[in-house]
Write a protein that binds this ligand. Structure first.
Ligand SMILES: [Zn+2]
Ligand SMILES: [Zn+2]
Length: 150
């Protein structure tokens, strides 16, 4: 079965070079991960050693433009790519280890209504920055040790 992305690209008359297909394949097989352009490039280069980063950037741009891939800014210089899902979702980013987790759209309904009610603002995407469970417990353990041996 042809994936809808392959079809869309063909319908729009883009040449489906193997490199372009590979960028898409990498994102599909790493679904749920959040890859930077460099990560994608490294994986494509495993099969096509001559592909360079600018080709990967151009292909990502194209896929983002076609709404097949979602680009999310997760920090000042961190741009991540993933296959666009049907269901909208948001991100939670750990500032210590960089781990990214998903947050369902439903869980933000209260915030959405509040923003809309107070500011007339339509929230489309949210990213929360903080500290993940693993890092928090590591920090807490560190503090306990500190108290035990002053
Ligand atoms: Zn963390
Ligand atoms: Zn995501």
């Amino acid at each position: 079965m042809t994936h809808h992305a392959t079809r869309t690209l063909q319908e729009l008359g883009y040449r489906l070079t193997p490199q372009r297909t590979m960028v898409w394949e990498v994102l599909r097989r790493t679904r749920g991960a959040h890859l930077s352009a460099e990560d994608v490039c490294a994986q494509v280069q495993a099969d096509f050693p001559h592909v360079n980063l600018s080709t990967v950037y151009r292909t990502l741009e194209l896929l983002v433009g076609l709404k097949l891939v979602r680009e999310t800014c997760l920090g000042s210089d961190r741009r991540y790519y993933e296959v666009e899902e049907e269901v909208p979702h948001h991100h939670v980013v750990c500032g210590l280890c960089g781990k990214v987790e998903h947050l369902s759209d439903d869980s933000l309904q209260t915030t959405r209504h509040l923003l809309n009610h107070v500011l007339g603002f339509e929230m489309r995407e949210a990213t929360f920055f903080g500290v993940c469970r693993t890092c928090l417990s590591a920090v807490n353990e560190g503090e306990e040790e500190h108290h035990a041996h002053p």
